[in-house]
Ligand binder design. Structure first.
Ligand code: PMP
Length: 426
C-alpha cells in the first residue's frame, strides 16, 4: 500500500469547494483514509459488524457462533426473562412510546419509580432520566455551564462530555489521563477568572479500564470551589462489592460528588441516561434543560427494563462479584501472555494496546476467525499510535470462555505478526 495511493483515494473530489460538496466535512478525510487503507489490504471493516441474537456472553456474527466480548451487557440482564417480561408488561400497559415530552403529556409513574430507585442507588436526593446517555451529558453539561465558566476534565473523558462543554461555551481545560495533580494546577490557575467551575471525571474509564482517585478529586473540587461530576456509565453494577460504583469501590462518601451521571444502556440493559444530584438541581434540569423539556420521555419498555434490572442488581449482588472475578482473570491471563492492558484494574473493560489501526483490525479479524468477537478502537477515534482492542467482560462468561479468549489472542497475535502503522494517519 503506497502512501500516494492512500492519499489519492482519500483526496477531496474535483467538485471540492462547491456548495454541495461534502468532502470537507470534519473527519471525512480521516475516515476515508482508513476505509481506503482497509480496502487496499483486503481487510473487512471491523466496524458496524452485524450481531444476531441476544447480545450476551455468546452471540452470532456473520452466521457463526462467537464468544462475545464486544457488548456491554455486563450482568447478563439483557437476556434475563424477568427484564424482558417487565418490558412486555410496560408495552401492554403504556404502549411503545409515551408520545410526548414529560413536561406535557409524557410523564408516567414508571419514570418516577425508576428515578427514585436510581437516586437511592447513588445516595442522592433525586434523579432525572433522559432518552440517551450521550444526550444526558450533552444537555446537562451544556446547560449547567456557560461562557464565563471553566470545565477541567480528564483527557480520556467520553465524547458526550466534551460535546456538552463545547455547547456550553465554557473554557475547556483537559488534563493528562488520571493526573489529578495536573487537574488541581489547571483548576487553581483558571478558577479565579471564572464564574463557576466543574471538575469532570469518569468512574471507570471506558478507553483505559482504570479509575480516578475519587477521594482526592472530591478534596480538589472542594478546595477550589468547583462542582464535581462523575460519569458512571461503566461503573454501575461493575465497581464495588454490590455494584454501586466508584464511591463504593473506594470507600468514599457519595455525597462528595455533586452530580452523578449514568447510562441505562450497559448494566441496566435498556437505553437512556440519568443524572442523580441534589433535588434543587434535578428540579431545575427537569424544568429547563433542553434535553428534558424538548425531548420525548423515556420509552415505557426501556424504563421498565432498567427498573427491573436495578431491582435484580440489588437482589443478586453475586452477579457483580462474578463479573469482577471474570474481568480480573481475563486481564491477568492477557498480561501473562505479554499483552499490555494499559491501566486496567481488571474490571469490566479490559483494553489491549496494539498501536496501529491496521494491526488492530487484522487482530480483530483473526479473533473473529477463531470465534471471539471484541471491539476495535481505531484511528481517528484515538491517535494512530494508541489503537486498541477492547474486551467487555460480563458475568455470564464462563472461565472456559475467558481462557479461550486469552489463548486465542496469543495465537492471533502470532499469526498476524508485526504490521506497520498506516502512512498518513495520525
Ligand atoms: N459516557 C460514557 C463514559 C460512555 O462510554 C458512553 C457510551 N458508551 C456514554 C456516556 C453514552 O451512553 P449511551 O451509549 O448510553 O448513550
Amino acid at each position: 500500500l503506497s502512501k500516494r495511493r492512500v492519499a489519492e483515494d482519500a483526496a477531496p473530489r474535483a467538485d471540492a469547494g462547491s456548495a454541495r460538496d461534502f468532502s470537507t466535512l470534519p473527519g471525512m478525510r480521516d475516515y476515508a483514509l482508513l476505509r481506503t487503507a482497509m480496502q487496499s489490504l483486503d481487510l473487512p471493516s471491523p466496524l458496524f459488524q452485524v450481531h444476531d441474537g441476544l447480545a450476551g456472553a455468546h452471540s452470532h456474527v456473520g452466521g457463526r457462533a462467537v464468544v462475545n466480548f464486544a457488548s456491554y451487557n455486563y450482568l447478563g440482564l439483557n437476556n434475563d426473562p424477568r427484564v424482558q417480561q417487565a418490558a412486555r408488561n410496560a408495552i401492554d400497559r403504556y404502549g411503545v412510546s409515551v408520545s410526548g415530552a414529560r413536561i406535557t403529556a409524557g410523564e408516567r409513574v414508571l419514570h418516577q419509580e425508576l428515578e427514585a430507585a436510581l437516586a437511592e442507588w447513588h445516595g442522592a436526593e433525586a434523579a432525572l432520566t433522559f432518552v440517551s446517555g450521550h444526550a444526558t451529558n450533552v444537555t446537562t453539561i451544556g446547560h449547567l455551564m456557560g461562557p464565563r465558566d471553566v470545565v477541567v476534565h480528564d483527557a480520556a473523558i467520553h465524547n458526550s462530555c466534551t460535546e456538552g462543554v463545547r455547547l456550553s461555551g465554557a473554557r475547556r481545560l483537559p488534563f493528562a489521563h488520571n493526573d489529578l495533580d495536573a487537574a488541581e494546577r489547571e483548576l487553581a490557575a483558571a478558577r479565579r477568572g471564572a464564574q463557576r467551575a466543574l471538575l469532570l471525571l469518569e468512574g471507570h474509564y471506558s478507553m483505559d479500564g482504570d479509575c480516578p482517585d475519587l477521594a482526592r478529586a472530591v478534596s480538589i473540587a472542594r478546595r477550589h470551589d468547583a462542582w464535581l461530576m462523575v460519569d458512571e456509565a461503566h461503573s454501575l453494577g461493575v465497581l464495588g462489592p454490590t455494584g454501586r460504583g466508584v464511591a463504593e469501590a473506594q470507600g468514599v462518601d457519595p455525597a462528595g460528588v455533586d452530580l452523578w451521571m449514568g447510562t441505562l444502556s450497559k448494566t441496566l440493559s435498556a437505553s437512556g441516561g440519568y443524572i442523580a444530584a441534589p433535588r434543587d438541581v434535578i428540579d431545575w434540569l427537569r424544568h429547563t434543560a433542553p434535553g428534558s423539556v424538548y425531548s420525548v420521555g423515556l420509552a415505557p419498555p426501556l424504563a421498565a427494563a432498567a427498573l427491573e434490572s436495578l431491582r435484580i442488581l440489588r437482589a443478586e449482588p453475586e452477579r457483580v462479584l462474578r463479573l469482577q472475578a471474570n474481568a480480573l482473570l481475563l486481564r491477568d491471563l492477557l498480561r501473562a501472555r505479554g499483552f499490555s492492558t494499559a491501566g486496567s484494574i481488571g474490571a469490566a473493560i479490559v483494553p489491549v494496546m496494539i498501536g496501529s489501526s491496521v494491526r488492530t483490525a487484522r487482530l480483530a479479524h483473526a479473533m473473529l476467525d477463531r470465534g471471539v468477537a471484541l471491539q476495535t478502537v481505531l484511528f481517528p477515534a484515538v491517535p494512530e499510535h494508541s489503537a486498541r482492542l477492547r474486551f467487555f467482560v460480563c458475568a455470564e462468561h464462563s472461565e472456559a470462555d475467558i481462557r479461550f479468549a486469552a489463548d486465542s489472542m496469543a495465537e492471533a497475535a502470532g499469526a498476524v505478526g508485526a504490521v506497520e502503522a498506516l502512512p498518513g494517519l495520525g
